[in-house]
Design a protein around this ligand. Structure first.
Ligand code: MN
Length: 210
């Protein structure tokens, strides 16, 4: 069963003016498609990977070749990224809003720390808001297409929010100004989706205790 490119949950121009339509189209139909295609190549070259979920592959990525690492991470990260955004964005509410205040002091403080981690990632990579088994939040940047689901990640956990800081994510509109892109991006974050992911982390922790 080959991996496939998920359809974008909104139109290519739906995140304008924060992310321009041309960037979205290239990012989804060319970059993400290429990760999917090369991941399928990598899987077809290793029969032991047949039938595994992407999460299972990432959980043992340290034993895989770079092709599977980079393209498996690329497919997972981008599928996650499209769903992290929605036209018009939203604001955190409920339990997640309280946990953010407890962990960072305020939403603005979270954004500041997240943006700094994104600017500070040398070269290409991602910046994540990650929840551990207890629901504790932390911010971490990872290089290339790595993510916190990989068994050799420096900070492991469940990503609930992530932004792509590869130049292909912002260069057409923001040129070299990664900080401006990171600042603007909050306008299209779907915090309801982030809260849903956070609630899922809590449920799996409870399930493990039961
Ligand atoms: Mn990307």
């Amino acid at each position: 069963m080959a991996f496939t490119l998920p359809p974008l949950p909104y139109a290519y121009d739906a995140l304008e003016p924060t992310i321009d339509a041309q960037t979205m189209q290239l990012h989804h139909s060319k970059h993400h498609q290429a990760y999917v295609d090369k991941l399928n190549e990598g899987v077809s070259e290793d029969p032991s990977l047949e039938g595994k979920t992407l999460e299972e592959i990432l959980a043992s990525i340290s034993s895989q070749p770079k092709k599977v690492r980079n393209n498996g991470g690329g497919h997972w990260n981008h599928s996650f990224f499209w769903e992290t955004m929605k036209p018009g964005g939203s604001a955190p509410v409920g339990r997640l809003a309280e946990v953010i205040d407890d962990a960072f002091g305020s939403l603005d403080a979270l954004k500041k720390k997240f943006n700094e981690a994104g600017v500070g990632q040398f070269g290409s990579g991602w910046v994540w808001l990650v929840a551990d088994h207890d629901g504790q939040l932390s911010i971490v940047a990872t290089p290339n297409q790595d993510n916190p689901l990989m068994d050799d990640a420096p900070v492991k956990g469940t990503p609930i929010l992530g932004n792509d800081v590869w130049e292909h994510a912002y260069y057409l509109k923001y040129n070299n100004r990664r900080a401006d892109y990171l600042n603007a991006w909050w306008d299209v974050v779907d915090w309801e989706k982030v809260a849903e992911r956070y609630e899922g982390v809590g449920q799996s922790a409870v399930a493990e205790l039961a």
